[in-house]
Design a protein around this ligand. Structure first.
Ligand SMILES: *Cc1c(COP(=O)(O)O)cnc(C)c1O
Length: 392
């Protein structure tokens, strides 16, 4: 049974109804799903769960949250790691820590949360275009910065890395802070350096669909100790270490259960990435030349959690997507449309946009294919075959 509050129900009563049998059949027939959680060691998680219950510490900077922060800081080689309830709140806390309100430059080709966090913290998003791989275009950023720019928020989309050097130069000459949305990029490196060590702060997600799942969750990395302190206070209502309210904080704490799940899955990250990389190689060799797989460049080492493909035309993309779904393969359209053309941004006129022609083009032709620990080489071959046939 699915339960949901029904607007038409009397006095807001919860109405329960049996899940439609055709929907049920569809759900169970979906064999390969983009973003199916990577879970490898159930027993270890259950053991930790029992430990939490015995400890009687459920939340508030508990031992598993601290252990997770330490493990992540160590894995990424960063001085500070602050766990939060999710990446969206992580972005909000960092954006709230900026010295003043102003414009934040962000790609329109991203998940909606990158932009929502900007608006919800009282800043103005300025949308710029992306390059041919869907990453923020540094030239567009350079053209968009101005006296009102307070931050640049590039997105390390699909486990790929933005042009960190040029972005760093642009940010410092514009006196703007560089905040990376690295929600997709745990375990990713650029020229031997881990994503997590770039910019003023980087924000990661531990959502169920990401490379490491904590059910929900996120964290911020930074080398700025003062920022780390501000974030720790802000995630806990504004209490400082002594329990004094020093800021207008919120509740963005991570619970012990989420930390235990993330910690358990983080222990398997090398294995997950290796598995994803092997899948990616099979996609590379199997996918038709009538489409273009977005690939890491030289010097870039991805987590391969995403398999983004650009199809020749938007009609063909839609045809391929429908065909895959009909065959029980839950591909996803990440991301379409661009944030600038979603309802709240059009309706409220809360943004500025530069030329977004590449964003519009890519978002009309992109499709992401399944990978992760539930897909193996033979699964990839089966998906690629259906995909290739649909292209013809
Ligand atoms: C998933 C995602 C987020 C949001 O992460 P949550 O932890 O779910 O809040 C932000 N940005 C991008 C690019 C994402 O894909």
């Amino acid at each position: 049974m699915f339960c949901k509050p029904c607007a038409g129900g009397r006095n807001g009563h919860i109405i329960c109804y049996p899940i439609d049998s055709s929907l049920k059949a569809l759900l169970s027939s979906l064999k390969f799903v983009v973003g199916k959680p990577n879970v490898l060691d159930k027993d270890r998680f259950i053991a930790r769960l029992l430990e939490i219950i015995d400890n009687e510490v459920h939340t508030n900077d508990g031992p598993f949250v601290r252990e997770l922060e330490g493990a992540l800081a160590n894995y990424l080689g960063v001085p500070h790691c602050v766990a939060v309830a999710n990446a969206t709140l992580g972005l909000e806390l960092v954006l709230n820590a900026l010295p003043r309100k102003g414009q934040v430059i962000v790609p329109s080709f991203t998940f909606i949360a990158s932009a929502h966090a900007i608006v919800r913290t009282g800043h103005t998003p300025v949308f710029v275009d992306v390059d041919s791989r869907g990453l923020i275009d540094p030239q567009a950023v350079a053209a968009a910065v101005g006296p009102e720019t307070v931050a640049i928020l590039p997105v390390n989309l699909f486990g790929l890395v933005c042009d960190v050097e040029r972005l760093s130069d642009i940010a410092s000459s514009a006196h703007a802070r560089l905040i990376y949305d690295s929600a997709h990029a745990l375990g990713v490196r650029s020229n031997g350096k881990n994503v997590g060590g770039f910019g003023w702060a980087e924000v990661f997600s531990l959502h169920a669909t990401k490379v490491v799942s904590g059910f929900e969750g996120g964290f911020v990395t930074t080398s700025d100790g003062e920022l780390a302190r501000v974030l720790r206070e802000a995630r806990n209502f504004g209490f400082d270490k002594k329990g004094v309210i020093v800021a207008l904080g919120t509740n963005a704490k991570m619970s012990e259960v989420h930390a235990a799940m993330a910690l358990t899955n983080l222990e398997k990250i090398d294995w997950i990435i290796e598995h994803n990389a092997a899948n990616f190689c099979v996609y590379q060799s199997e996918l038709s030349e009538l489409c273009a797989l977005i690939e890491p460049q030289e010097g870039e080492s991805s987590n391969y959690q995403y398999v983004p493909v650009i199809v020749a035309t938007s009609d063909l993309r839609d045809k391929v997507f429908a065909k895959l779904i009909a065959k029980g393969i839950a591909a996803k359209i990440y991301f379409s449309p661009g944030v600038h053309s979603t309802v709240p941004y059009i309706r409220n006129n809360i943004c500025r946009s530069h030329d977004l022609s590449r964003t519009i083009d890519i978002s009309s032709r992109i499709i992401c294919l399944p990978t992760g620990v539930h897909v193996d080489a033979s699964g990839v071959r089966a998906i690629a075959q259906i995909f290739n046939e649909a292209l013809l």
